[in-house]
Design a protein around this ligand. Structure first.
Ligand code: ZN
Length: 420
């Protein structure tokens, strides 16, 4: 079942905005009340309360707080589901031995979305460019592209002064593209956003870096405002707007690049980089001579690098690539990044010394010279082809392109680069 989420801008009237804002407040209250119930039941009676228990109590709300149910019980279930999700990920992290935070009470001002989890309580009226919401009314919607598939659920979001709706559709038909006979390895770097195995280097735009000065100014002005003042809350909005802008620019760049790659290539090979450990903070170094003091550990330098890793938007690019590729019938293979940047594409020699100068790859065995990222991209392409070839020899073959994509995306370990 192929899913797709469509995002549209909403233009609610003043009255509708007030109704939506009120509903946001009610749902936040409901979330907090449900969390309170779960905590209380456990603290006092050692009894755990499930999502379904809480859904059953919703009907009782009609007598005491009818306004909470005014946009339908579906919306309230969406909120309870969100709490349930918070608990589920809390227990998952407990299970894997991480250091989880217990689900917290939410602040009304930060509660920005309403989730209708099934098909009741709302209708998308594409022809009239309206979204009908129970208890809110018919909200004007910028229906800039038609929905495909079956709309299943929606999320209405507030971002600053703007409102959006995300419509989740299932059974979205594939729009297969004609094969181009070309294959590509993609190296996601920090300096260049992307190096392709055909030698092309695509410069990342470093959006956050570009607007960092403006952001820093806005934050400085924010720091000078008096707490609780109107000016401060306006400045908070301004800082949030700048952050949002960077996020949207990144998203846009990732959409354009992934679309280009999917249009041009039949096979796209990526390396499987785990971003979280890459952006981990360096460990603190205690000073052996003075136990209350610490030695320099390069944290500031690493923070700068981390910022550019986040700025490159790799995770985003990968997820956009995989869904676009699946829908277009292209294949995406993910390979282990181990040694891809240290291996010579010509002779296969693996050596740290091949990378004496940062951007240049110079093989100390055969003398082959290339841009370091292009060399890595070629290695990635080779690893991906080998991965596919070994898959087509083995049993339980994935046959259709979409199966193959899904299978390949789930493959994350290749023990090493293939033999040369
Ligand atoms: Zn070599």
């Amino acid at each position: 079942m192929r899913c797709r989420t469509y995002r549209y801008r909403l233009h609610p009237t003043l009255r509708q905005t007030q109704a939506l804002t009120r509903q946001l407040r009610y749902q936040c209250e409901l979330y907090n009340a449900a969390l309170e119930e779960r905590k209380g039941a456990w603290n006092w009676e050692k009894r755990s309360v499930t999502y379904f228990d809480q859904c059953k109590t919703l009907t009782g709300l009609i007598d005491v707080r009818p306004e909470v149910l005014s946009s339908g019980v579906t919306l309230c279930r969406g909120t309870l589901k969100r709490l349930d999700g918070a608990f589920a990920s809390f227990y998952r992290r407990v299970g894997t031995g991480e250091n989880p935070g217990f689900p917290r009470f939410k602040w009304t001002r930060r509660w920005d979305s309403l989730e209708w989890q099934d098909r009741s309580g709302w209708t998308v009226k594409g022809a009239e460019r309206r979204l009908r919401l129970l208890g809110i009314g018919e909200v004007k919607m910028n229906y800039h592209r038609p929905l495909t598939g079956v709309p299943k659920a929606i999320t209405v979001k507030r971002e600053g002064a703007k409102w959006w709706v995300n419509v989740r559709c299932v059974d979205v038909p594939a729009s297969l593209l004609a094969p181009t006979g070309r294959e590509v390895g993609v190296d996601l770097g920090v300096v260049n956003l992307v190096a392709l195995s055909d030698g092309e280097l695509i410069e990342g735009s470093r959006f956050a870096a570009r607007s960092s000065e403006r952001l820093a100014n806005a934050q400085r002005r924010l720091a000078k405002k008096q707490r609780g003042s109107d000016r401060r809350s306006r400045q908070v909005q301004e800082v949030a707007r700048l952050h949002r802008k960077v996020r949207q620019q990144r998203m846009n760049a990732a959409h354009q690049l992934s679309r280009r790659l999917v249009n041009e290539f039949d096979l796209i090979v990526l390396e499987d980089l785990k971003i979280t450990p890459m952006v981990a903070r360096p460990r603190v170094k205690p000073d052996p001579r003075n136990p209350s003091d610490f030695l320099a550990n390069g944290a500031a330098k690493k923070a700068v690098l981390n910022r550019s890793i986040h700025d490159a938007g790799r995770g985003q690019l990968r997820s956009l690539l995989s869904y676009k590729a699946e829908s277009a019938g292209r294949t995406v293979v993910v390979v282990n990044p181990r040694h891809t940047s240290l291996t010579c594409y010509q002779c296969g020699h693996v050596d740290q010394k091949n990378r004496v100068i940062q951007a240049v790859f110079r093989c100390c065995s055969c003398g082959h010279e290339d841009h370091a990222d292009s060399n890595a991209a070629l290695n990635i392409l080779r690893a991906g082809r080998a991965r596919l070839a070994s898959a087509s020899d083995g049993p339980n073959l994935p046959t259709t392109p979409s199966n193959l994509t899904r299978w390949a995306c789930s493959v994350t370990t290749v023990s090493s680069l293939p033999a040369f």
